[in-house]
Design a protein. Structure first.
Lengths: 216, 357
């Protein structure tokens, strides 16, 4: 677990990796399920949604961390939401400028980043208790972990549902699309499959560890 | 010390219920269901030819292979010999159109057994009928193929295949409207239910009884289904109350609609004979793992299926609703069982469990 021994616990790298893998928001903490199910119909949608969330997460955690001694405890949630909403507005306009078609594909879910429990959760659990640098690193890791999770779902759904990846057709023009994978049930199927894969891997690893300790 | 003294006392066997056993095994029941399905399968092959045969063989083989594969993965013992996967395979194949591409049949068989049965814990633990889970999945995944119909008793059905059968895996099947028109004169490509719903044309009961209608592979032979179901019911391998409840409630509701407006709504006999209602009522609703066990629960369960089927057919966007009706009723089974518990012998009526100590 301790990846960089000698540094102050937890090190920057461990802080970053926490969100990216060990406590991945999608597959371990199972947070932010609303965009996870709704937006992951294609790889490109999933990645843009993930990156937008990452930006909001990192920026708002940075600002909340800076202001953590100033914010009165009684109104902290409201304050967090105002800060988060500010950055969501920035992202909302930003995506509109970059690509209008992407903006239309993501629809209301960009604005709904405000209500993403991952963002508020990180603000409350991490940014409010740590210095700005650490919380930005942690938030970036979490955001990229979220992006990775969305991509792993969106990639599979696009691959099976449309026979393409990033809009590039992989199986030729006669591929039979699996309509259900693009529909909401597909999101649950793929999410369930990934959770199953990770549970299997974890079970294997724990089994292996137990065998090792017993053997030693 | 304690154990020794206990062991020395005269033997009194202590066991939990059940105490009375019928001597019937799961394997025996399932084997009889397979036998009852065989005439229907044979009729379907005679009706639709080589394509239906290939589809039935492929889907059943997929189900068996998936069962074996999941046995390995989930470290359960070999459950192939209880025949349940064979039933799932046969039933699933019989609910698919005869022109169904084989690779999609493989997908539905795999999903039915893996998702519908083993992810819930295997035989007896599944909430939904595995065959219907497989069919629901492919209906949602490939909506066009599952509503592509071909004529029954087409000449040359034993010398050639329907063009869609051997579609390459993952590829879109070719359009067979042209082929079907040439295979049988005057073929419309719609099931009786679809023709009633969209064109207001009613099929006659004679058409249904002789199987001369467009339908899924195994749902046209009304007489055979009733005979085979009768055999199972007579030998008590099947709860006769479920099909009676399903068909009765569907017929009653259809009759009410027909009396209300004879022009708009067809006669009850049409509702009973068309689509998959008979096959579903006799072979799928009666699946022991996914139907209630209480005497009243069985009637309620069947009634829900019949009513939901008619409601979907009359007011839904789909032409056929038996599959969703059964899946819906399956999901209610635990609740039905809980609320229809019979009164325990010796307890006062009106006194609920746990209310009074």
């Amino acid at each position: 677990m301790n990846l960089l021994p000698g540094k102050n616990p937890p090190g920057n790298w461990a802080e970053f990796l926490e969100g990216l893998w060990q406590r991945n928001p999608v597959f371990v903490m199972v947070l932010g399920m609303c965009p996870t199910m709704a937006i992951t119909t294609s790889a490109i949608n999933a990645i843009s949604m993930g990156l937008a969330t990452t930006f909001v997460l990192a920026a708002s955690c940075w600002m909340i961390s800076l202001m953590r001694h100033v914010i009165p405890k009684e109104v902290r949630i409201a304050t967090y939401i105002v800060i988060i909403a500010t950055f969501v507005t920035v992202v909302d306009y930003g995506i509109q400028v970059i690509s209008l078609s992407l903006y239309e594909a993501l629809g209301a879910y960009i604005k709904l980043i405000v209500a993403n429990c991952l963002v508020l959760g990180r603000a409350e659990a991490h940014a409010a208790r740590n210095p700005p640098m650490a919380s930005v690193i942690n938030a970036t890791g979490m955001g990229l972990g979220f992006t990775l999770g969305l991509f792993m779902i969106g990639g599979v759904r696009e691959l099976i549902g449309m026979g393409s990846l990033f809009g590039i057709s992989l199986f030729g023009p006669h591929y039979q699309p699996w309509v259900v994978m693009i529909l909401p049930p597909g999101g649950f199927f793929v999410m369930g499959l990934w959770l199953m894969v990770f549970a299997l891997v974890r079970a294997r690893r724990d089994h292996g560890l137990a065998a090792q300790t017993q053997g030693g | 010390m304690m154990n020794q003294t206990l062991n020395q006392t005269p033997k009194i066997e202590l066991r939990t219920s059940p105490h009375i056993k019928s001597g019937r095994t799961v394997e025996q029941i399932m084997r009889n269901v397979v036998w009852a399905l065989l005439p229907i399968t044979a009729f379907s092959v005679w009706q639709y030819g080589l394509s239906a045969l290939l589809l039935i063989v492929t889907v059943t083989a997929t189900c068996l292979a998936t069962e074996r594969f999941m046995n390995r993965v989930m470290l359960t013992g070999n459950t192939l010999s209880d025949w349940s996967a064979t039933i799932t395979g046969l039933l699933l194949a019989l609910t698919l159109p005869p022109s169904y591409p084989l690779w999609m049949g493989v997908v539905s068989g795999f999903v039915g057994i893996a998702l519908g049965k083993f992810l819930f814990g295997g035989m007896g633990f599944n909430v939904f009928n595995p065959a219907l889970v497989g069919r629901a999945f492919v209906q949602a995944a490939f909506p066009v193929s599952i509503s592509t119909w071909t004529p029954a008793f087409a000449p040359g059905r034993f010398s050639g295949l329907i063009p869609t059968t051997l579609t390459a895996p993952l590829m879109t099947p070719p359009d067979i409207a042209y082929w079907a028109k040439h295979a049988l004169d005057g073929f419309t490509g719609a099931t009786p239910l679809a023709r009633w719903k969209f064109e207001n044309v009613l099929a006659t009961p004679q058409d249904f009884l002789t199987g001369a209608v467009t339908a899924s592979a195994g749902e046209t032979s009304a007489i055979l289904i009733l005979l085979c179901g009768g055999y199972l019911a007579a030998r008590k391998f099947m709860d006769w109350r479920i099909p009676v409840a399903v068909l009765g409630s569907a017929a009653l509701l259809a009759l009410a609609f027909h009396v209300f407006s004879p022009v708009r709504y067809p006669e009850p006999s049409f509702v009973l004979l068309s689509g998959g209602l008979l096959l579903g009522a006799v072979f799928m609703a009666t699946d022991m793992a996914t139907s209630p066990v209480t005497p009243w629960g069985v009637w309620i369960f069947g009634g829900i299926i019949g009513v939901v089927t008619v409601v979907i057919r009359y007011f839904g966007g789909l032409t056929e609703g038996v599959m969703y009706a059964i899946l819906f009723a399956n999901s209610l089974v635990p609740m039905i069982d809980q609320y229809t518990q019979p009164r325990v012998f010796g307890s006062l009526s009106g006194q609920r469990k746990g209310k009074k100590a």
